[in-house]
Design a protein around this ligand. Structure first.
Ligand code: COA
Length: 146
């Protein structure tokens, strides 16, 4: 299994929208993704497995901070270090761009993603009650200092 992580381009939007639909209850639409792609502070990466796009991650750079929007891997391809490789690539980008820290939020019940982020040095720094809908749930805020 050959995994390649690369910077995404607009040709990848349909595949990323598909991953969003498969992985989240309130997915980003192709239209929202397209709008983000045209804003330079956004960076998206995709993971290709034997040429097929099976995962992606997005980060928004603002001032000296990187804000991760989402990282997602299609269910059939999980547990193969693909999420880790995407996150590692995002961390490297943020370091190279001179960010002082990376932030993100995730559902309180999402222990798998939390474990991935903790493995990469993120720590929980707060909680935002009732932040998510479908279903309603609190967000855990996590940071990593660079
Ligand atoms: C979170 C997600 C991206 C992880 O991707 P993945 O490719 O399956 O994860 P990896 O194989 O790279 O695993 C990296 C680490 O994640 C954690 N992890 C992954 N699968 C796990 C599981 N089933 N149980 C517990 N921890 C798990 C572990 O810390 C793992 O490190 P380890 O292999 O040293 O134990 C994936 O589960 C996913 O797409 N989930 C749905 C979308 C989502 O919730 N995204 C996060 C929103 S911010």
């Amino acid at each position: 299994m050959n995994i390649v992580i690369r910077e995404a381009n607009s040709i990848d939007i349909e595949n990323i929208a598909y991953i969003e639909e498969e992985c989240f209850s309130t997915p980003w639409s192709a239209k929202s993704l397209f709008e983000s792609f045209s804003h330079t502070p956004w960076h998206f990466f995709v993971a290709e497995c034997d040429g097929r796009v099976v995962g992606y991650g997005g980060v928004y750079l603002i001032l000296d901070e990187g804000q991760i929007s989402n990282i997602a891997v299609l269910p059939a391809f999980r547990g193969k270090q693909i999420g880790f490789k995407i996150l590692d690539r995002i961390i490297t980008l943020c370091k190279n761009e001179g960010c002082a820290k990376i932030t993100l939020e995730l559902r309180k019940s999402n222990t798998i993603a939390r474990s991935l982020y903790e493995k990469c040095g993120f720590v929980a720094v707060g909680e935002r009650p009732n932040f998510y809908s479908s279903p309603c749930e609190s967000a855990i805020l996590m940071d990593k200092s660079l």
